[in-house]
Design a binder for this molecule. Sequence first.
Ligand code: GLA
Length: 384
Amino acid sequence: MTADRAALLDSFRRTFGRPAQLVAEAPGRVNLIGEHTDYNEGHVLPLAIDRTVAVAAARREGGVRACALDCGEEDAFPPDGVTPAPGGGWRNYVRGVAWALGEAGYRLRGLDLAFSGDVPAGAGLASSAALEVALAAAFAAVAELSLGRRELALLAQRAENGFVGVQCGIMDQLAAVFGQKGHALLIDCRSLEVEPLPLALERSRAAIVIVDSAVRRSLGDSAYNERRRECVEAAAALGVTAIRDVTTEALEARRADLPETLYRRARHVVTEEARVAAAVAALHHGDLDALGRLLYQSHESLRDDFEVSCPETDLLVELATGVDGVLGARLTGAGFGGCTVNLVREEALEAFQRQVVDAYRERTGLPARMHPVSAAGGLRVSGV
Ligand code: GLA
């Protein structure tokens, strides 16, 4: 595990005065391509990363006691009739998962849990999905519920949608559950089928690099929900269940009937779907140049049509285009700040640090950071 298991177990014992029974650990993700397509029932191509959130838990009589070790805060609530925590924050992820399990008809048991992680929060790397998936698995294991892996992902999403109030799609939770070492995951967000695709980047001497712009989503969640609403409106205006079902020709034919904003939102989704298919073909042929070009195109579409970029992530992508050996770059995740994902030849990594990360820091005064990542495995639950 990437989070320190011994330290986690030790902290659990110090917090609750007894040993943990099990550890559930789930990764963050970076999305290679297929942005804002998941809630349009389209395709996405994320990979789970080697950064995780780990939850240690043990059954107890009575309610739930939770401790967020990284900030030293605690919470306690009864497992039935869960209500939102005043002040929100991490507590609502824990309560939300308990609520979602209850809503789905499962009987929870009391438990103690403590968690810790190294997925940067608010950076577009799905730290909340990692936490919710690990929590769902821990709650289920302690209560001896036998839940399928897809069901765990759906419960984690339900917590986010119905309790936390972010109308996210299913990409992050499925990536956290099904991540596979060395593989990206092609996910069909309508059928929820997950197909692992080998990345074989070492063979091509290339790396996936995340750069954190250090801009945190502020209005992000409300703007995210607004994009989702716009997509629902566009689909209704186009007479389809989801934008996934619209072809470029059909969209162009109906252009005059759609308000300009809805047309551009739909155009992003339609063209992004085509880019995911092209990216899968490029991976299949080991054509990283083609894959890189698709990343750049995706960024332009997110910036101009979907309007979820910001000057800082635009700057990171622009700086990346000027470096020899950078094959592609784009913002990753919901947008409104957060991270870019970059496809970089190994020999260009030093130049990348100087010409992108250092240059960005100088221009903006923001403490950008670069994280090379590798594709990692998904959810793991182990006894202690
Ligand atoms: C967030 C959401 C996902 C997805 C992305 C955008 O990460 O949680 O469901 O919609 O944004 O692709």
